[in-house]
Design a protein around this ligand. Structure first.
Ligand SMILES: Cc1cc2nc3c(=O)[nH]c(=O)nc-3n(C[C@H](O)[C@H](O)[C@H](O)COP(=O)(O)O)c2cc1C
Length: 301
């Protein structure tokens, strides 16, 4: 059986590449075990599930696919692929000028500076995370939610009390009310909010001296540590978050009204989790201050 080979020469190579990318961009989903398959899907914003090759290429690129917020997800095996298939995001709206803007200029800057800085994946995650306030409608499946909560559970806890508890809220009405309460206006939140509470029924906390408030700060610090662990894990897998705080004087009353109450649990904050709207432009400032951080010296006393 014969086969044909497209001849790509120096004159037509750019057109060949762009028409190939156009073709890939028309698919709803690419499933591939070829590194280049994953690259082409990533460039065109086409949802892609990539299975490992016999070498390191796809596995080791997983971090970059996530960091660059592509729609390529590396699945370790066919079981994971099956789970992922249930929440394939919408593709980006692809056009070839985007390829030029997104990729060529990065390549040029690498060439110009003659260096690629080697970074630490955890710090990259810390630095690239941004609070998101504009969301796609896709929900996050249960397996991932459990992984996210696991990151919260593994946060440090004062006196090793381990009493941060997590309540998954997925019904639209309550999420709408939470948004309204936190933001004082009708706001679009993603389809999942995890409420974080401190469990005063746990043996250790029962012995905390509530009278003289010796342990008072632990609950806030433990909840914050768990929340940030969850935010960073989300960032590492391409999900986004918005930390939700409630007005102190009204918090309990409000939470009771939407039936977020459990024995011995004091709910302190929430975390909205979802897929950032692909075309959303992140805020450059919030509450009158720039989101950009200043030079590190400014923060050292
Ligand atoms: C304790 C705490 C409470 C927050 N509460 C809210 C909130 O209720 N609503 C909101 O939109 N963002 C909230 N945020 C997010 C901050 O506004 C955000 O972290 C800040 O603007 C810096 O932006 P960045 O997270 O993108 O770096 C909260 C953050 C923290 C740490």
């Amino acid at each position: 059986m014969g086969f044909s080979v497209d001849v790509v020469d120096i004159e037509n190579r750019k057109d060949s590449l762009l028409s190939f990318l156009d073709m890939i961009s028309k698919y709803k989903l690419v499933i591939t075990d070829r590194f280049h398959g994953a690259i082409f899907a990533s460039i065109t914003g086409t949802p892609c599930l990539a299975l490992p090759t016999i070498n390191h290429k796809i596995i080791e690129s997983d971090f970059w696919f996530r960091k660059l917020k592509t729609k390529t997800f590396v699945c370790k095996n066919s079981d994971e692929l099956e789970k992922r298939i249930s929440f394939i995001p919408e593709p980006y709206e692809y056009n070839s000028s985007f390829v030029k803007a997104m990729y060529y200029h990065i390549l040029f800057s690498v060439l110009e500076n003659n260096t690629i800085s080697v970074s630490n994946p955890v710090q990259d995650c810390i630095i690239s995370r941004r609070t998101v306030r504009s969301w796609e409608d896709y929900t996050v499946n249960k397996i991932l939610l459990y992984d996210i909560i696991k990151s919260g559970v593994y946060a440090p806890s004062g006196s090793n009390a381990q009493c941060v508890k997590f309540k998954i809220i997925q019904d639209k009405e309550r999420i709408f009310s939470i948004g309204k309460e936190c933001f004082r206006r009708n706001i679009n939140l993603p389809p999942v909010v995890i409420m974080l509470g401190y469990d005063f029924g746990i043996e250790k906390t029962i012995n905390f001296d509530h009278q003289n408030k010796t342990w008072e700060l632990l609950k806030y610090q433990d909840i914050a540590a768990a929340t940030q662990n969850m935010q960073l894990y989300c960032e590492s897998i391409g999900l986004s978050c918005c930390w939700l705080s409630f007005f102190t004087n009204k918090r309990q009353e409000f939470l009771n009204s939407i039936n977020i109450k459990d024995n011995n649990i004091e709910y302190l904050s929430g975390l909205a989790i979802g897929f950032s709207k692909s075309k959303s432009i992140l805020e450059t400032e919030h509450s009158g201050l720039s989101i950009e951080r200043k030079n590190i010296e400014n923060y050292i006393l």
